[in-house]
Every structure is written in structure tokens, then in C-alpha cells.
Design a protein around this ligand. Structure first.
Ligand code: SAM
Length: 271
């Protein structure tokens, strides 16, 4: 995802092509590449050097709008491995976990790196994102995704292979963001490894997982203000006089749980 300041679309960067039917295609521009679909072909060379937002034509005369993808476009169109965190949830996670410039974020599992890319943006160059994935194949896929999308792995990101439970003490993050099946194991190490005042955030799809998470908060007695919510996004169809909600929506993705680390009662000087 090229810097906004780059005026013309350039080789190596991703571009979304949209046709008159609204069909979208994510391509990565190369000097010699050609985009091909049922309405003709378009050499990448015709896209390279065009301004962002150019309207181009295939050899069969079909119109294609060429746009630099927003992160939301990229995440929904990129080749995925494990299930990604949807943009509606990623946006809420960034806000409620309070990921900001300078944050030290420990994230797991990296999965397809969709959420990782939102965290990288929010933490900024002054921050640090350590993203941990326990499966080698997922970690490799995530690394390639980040390299393609962000033109290399940014300096503020560390991609690690392993179990996040083993890294909390080493990293001493001020934010922990989890999208994995058993976040309660991390609660137990975060009770000492997450800095006090820090934010713990977990995304899980089912109610029993949320319950186990709260059991762990209670057991450790090191977390405060736990809250859980889900985010529903309903898109609308707007065509002339027909203005109504779309028939389909993403029904359920998962529950976001947020809690703050506090010092143990009577021991305010503990880290
Ligand atoms: C649903 S995916 C994460 C998707 C990711 N949030 C995204 O938006 O692309 C869950 C990942 O967590 C990894 N995982 C599960 N338990 C883990 C652990 N204890 N430490 C590190 N990674 C773990 C899995 O291998 C899997 O790749």
C-alpha cells in the first residue's frame, strides 16, 4: 500500500481494478504483466504511470477504474490463509485497545496478517508490533503478505514464530491483541507480563470462549473493567428511489473483549 504522496501508480504496488459491473480485481503491477478477464486484456504498462483513480480501457473497450487499494480493500481481496479479522472488527480493536503511535503491541496469532497491518499503521514508526504465529506455514504466508502489501516488512514490526505465551515476559508490551482459540492461557502470563495500565484485547467467535476468558481474569485478579461487545455492520443499497438496507450482511464474526491490567491489591509498586 503505497504512500499517499506517490502521485502516479508505480511498478510493484497493488492496484484494484473495478469494472462497470462492480467486479473488483486486485493486481500487483509489474512492467511486463497483463491483466486479463472476460472483457479483455490490459497491459500493466498502461496502468503504470497513470494517476491514482484513472479510468482505463481494455483491448475490447471495457472500462476499468484503477485505484490504489485502501487497507480495507486490500484485506478483503488479498489471498488469505487463516480466517482474517474483518475490517469492522479491526477498526474497533484499534480504537478500544487504544493502539496509538508509540504503542508496544504483542499480537497473536499473526494468521493472514490482516489485523497485523492495522496494528502496524496505528502504532506508527515510533511504536513496535511483535506479531507471533505458532504455525510455520501461516507465519511464512503472513510475511509474504506484508512484504507484498507494504513493500517489505517495516522496521517497527517483528514477525516471530512460536507460542505467544512464551513471549509476554520478554516483550513486556503495553498492548496485547489476540485472535486465537485459547486466549485465557495468555491472561495468566499477562497478569505479570503486561505493563500495569496496559490493555488486553481478545477476539473470539463463541460465548464459551468469552466465559473462559472471564474465569481467567477472575482467577488472576490482575484485570479491571472487562467489557465484551460485538460489531454489526449493515450496508445499504442506494439506487435512485430504492433506498433500503441490503438483504445480506455479515451476521456474526466474533466478540471483542477488552480489559486493563492493574496492580495486585495492596502492592501498587509492582510492575
Ligand atoms: C484466526 S487466525 C488469526 C488471523 C489474523 N488475526 C488475521 O486477521 O489475519 C489464528 C492464528 O492463531 C495461531 N495461533 C493459535 N494459538 C496460538 C498461540 N498460542 N501462539 C501463537 N499463534 C497461535 C493459529 O495458528 C492461527 O494462524
Amino acid at each position: 500500500l503505497a504512500p499517499e504522496s506517490a502521485e502516479r501508480l508505480g511498478a510493484g504496488e497493488p492496484v484494484i481494478l473495478t469494472d462497470d459491473r462492480g467486479h473488483q480485481f486486485l493486481i500487483h503491477l509489474t512492467e511486463t504483466g497483463t491483466f486479463q478477464f472476460d472483457r479483455g486484456t490490459l497491459p500493466h504498462a498502461e496502468v503504470i504511470g497513470s494517476p491514482d483513480g484513472s479510468v482505463l480501457a481494455t483491448d475490447k473497450g471495457a472500462r476499468l477504474v484503477a485505484l490504489r487499494p485502501r487497507l480495507v480493500d486490500y484485506v478483503l481481496k488479498m489471498r488469505r490463509g487463516p480466517q482474517v479479522v474483518y475490517p469492522k472488527d479491526a477498526a474497533a480493536i484499534v480504537m478500544y485497545a487504544d493502539i496509538r503511535p508509540g504503542s508496544v503491541v504483542l499480537e497473536a496469532g499473526t494468521g493472514s496478517a490482516a489485523l497485523t497491518m492495522s496494528l502496524i499503521r496505528a502504532a506508527g514508526p515510533a511504536g513496535r508490533v511483535v506479531s507471533v504465529e505458532r504455525r510455520d506455514d501461516h507465519a511464512e504466508h503472513a510475511r509474504r503478505t506484508i512484504e507484498r502489501a507494504l513493500h517489505g516488512v517495516p522496521d517497527n514490526v517483528q514477525l516471530r514464530v512460536g507460542d505467544v505465551v512464551d513471549l509476554v515476559e520478554e516483550i513486556q508490551p503495553d498492548r496485547i491483541v489476540l485472535d486465537l482459540p485459547e486466549p485465557w492461557h495468555v491472561v495468566r502470563v499477562a497478569a505479570t507480563g503486561l505493563v500495569t495500565g496496559g490493555v488486553f484485547c481478545a477476539f473470539v467467535p463463541t460465548v464459551p470462549q468469552v466465559q473462559q476468558l472471564y474465569d481467567a481474569f477472575e482467577e488472576t485478579d490482575a484485570f479491571f473493567g472487562a467489557e465484551t461487545f460485538e460489531v454489526l455492520q449493515r450496508t445499504w443499497n442506494i439506487k435512485g428511489r430504492s433506498v433500503r438496507p441490503d438483504h445480506n450482511m455479515v451476521g456474526h464474526t466474533g466478540f471483542i473483549t477488552i480489559a486493563r491490567r492493574i496492580t495486585p491489591v495492596g502492592d501498587p509498586n509492582l510492575r
